[in-house]
Design a binder for this molecule. Structure first.
Ligand code: NAD
Ligand code: UDP
Length: 317
């Protein structure tokens, strides 16, 4: 990038939940953004507010096929993240993770761009170590219904680190823990959007299992700050970096908070636990804190209120 010219950034999966917030944040920083998406789980509505910006470009493209562009940095977010979506077409999920990673790494190597991979806490599987540190290798079922995503993302991490070692490619791998907020789609199927929509519609809140399993929920603005910091302030370090909120809640506690925040009369009901559902999840974020001084700020109740406000508008309209 020459001095005085804004950086050009490629965001794959830019019409999705996290991608749309990332595109907006990059434009806000004065960069040019090229968003690629095949709209499998993302929505045009998420990026409509960006389309009038002359520094924003959108291309419909499936990253399992090669793509070419001249950019300075690449954020690879393309991949369905909700279990409902990634289990809908598991073979395509593996292709998106693996062929997608190869295509984007090949591109990055050719144009000498720095590339960040949106990996996931799912690489830890159903963890025996708690909280999870980056040094933990995980406990993943290679042949279960979550494997297309978990193993796909693990293989993508392998590819990123092999390109880094073999071709000296500057990479960043971030492992994102459960993140929620506006722009999640109403059919996303993840727990926060499900519970809020059920509460707003006066429907039963569906807890899978007995609700004693735990997750740590990060609000989207914190996560986007973490992605930018990992890309821009982590020096030469490739990661991996855990990004998430270390405050841990049971799914039952989450349901109770959603009911209280929305003032809903919904009842809690219990449904069978899907197979391989991890028992517990809590990031150790010491590496991100020490490397690029990042830690999340938004409390669960505040983030849930913002998210409920967003979904209330959608339910109304
Ligand atoms: P999302 O489903 O809302 O967004 C993913 C986007 O990728 C969608 O717009 C989808 O249409 C697009 N996409 C899917 N396959 C594609 C393909 N083959 N080619 C081009 N585009 C494709 O999910 P999200 O929550 O925004 O997640 C974004 C990324 O962050 C994903 O890679 C996900 O694995 C990772 N992540 C998210 C979370 C979370 O809690 N939100 C947690 C861990 C990891
Ligand atoms: N879950 C639930 N009810 C729902 C959706 C999810 O109880 O309507 C549970 C799910 O079984 C899991 C947790 O909430 O234990 C988080 O699920 P999500 O799909 O949001 O993310 P992930 O399992 O990938 O962490």
């Amino acid at each position: 990038m020459s001095k005085g010219i804004a950086k050009r950034i490629l965001v794959t999966g830019g019409a999705g939940f996290l991608g749309s917030h990332l595109c907006a944040a990059l434009l806000e920083k004065g960069y040019e953004v090229l968003c690629l998406d095949n709209f499998f789980s993302g929505r045009k509505a998420n990026i409509v507010p960006l389309l009038s910006n002359p520094f924003f470009e959108l291309a419909r493209h499936d990253i399992t096929f090669p793509y070419s562009a001249e950019v300075d940095e690449i954020y690879n977010l393309a991949c369905p993240a909700s279990p409902v979506h990634y289990q809908f077409d598991p073979v395509q999920t593996v292709k998106t993770c693996v062929h997608g990673a190869i295509n984007l790494l090949d591109l990055a190597a050719r144009i000498k761009a720095r590339i960040l991979q949106a990996s996931t806490s799912e690489v830890y599987g159903n963890p025996e170590e708690h909280p999870q540190k980056e040094s933990y290798w995980g406990r993943v079922n290679p042949i279960g219904i979550r494997s297309c995503y978990d193993e796909g993302k693990r293989c993508a991490e392998t590819l990123f680190f092999d390109f880094h070692r073999q071709y000296d490619l500057p990479i960043k791998v971030v492992r994102i823990f459960n993140t929620y907020g506006p722009n999640m789609s109403t059919n996303d199927g993840r727990v926060v959007s499900n519970f809020i929509l059920q509460a707003l519609n006066g429907e039963d809140i569906t807890i899978f299992g007995d609700g004693s399993q735990t997750r740590s929920f990060c609000y989207v603005t914190d996560l986007i700050d973490g992605l930018l910091a990992a890309m821009e302030r982590s020096g030469e370090s490739p990661g991996p970096f855990n990004l998430g909120n270390p405050e841990e809640f049971t799914i039952l506690e989450l349901a109770e908070r959603v009911i209280s925040i929305t003032g809903s009369k919904s009842k809690i009901v219990f449904r069978p636990l899907p197979s391989d559902d991890p028992r517990q999840r809590k990031p150790d974020i010491t590496v991100a804190k020490n490397t690029f001084q990042w830690s999340p700020k938004v409390k669960l109740d505040d983030g849930l209120k913002e998210t409920a406000r967003y979904f209330r508008e959608i339910v109304r309209s």
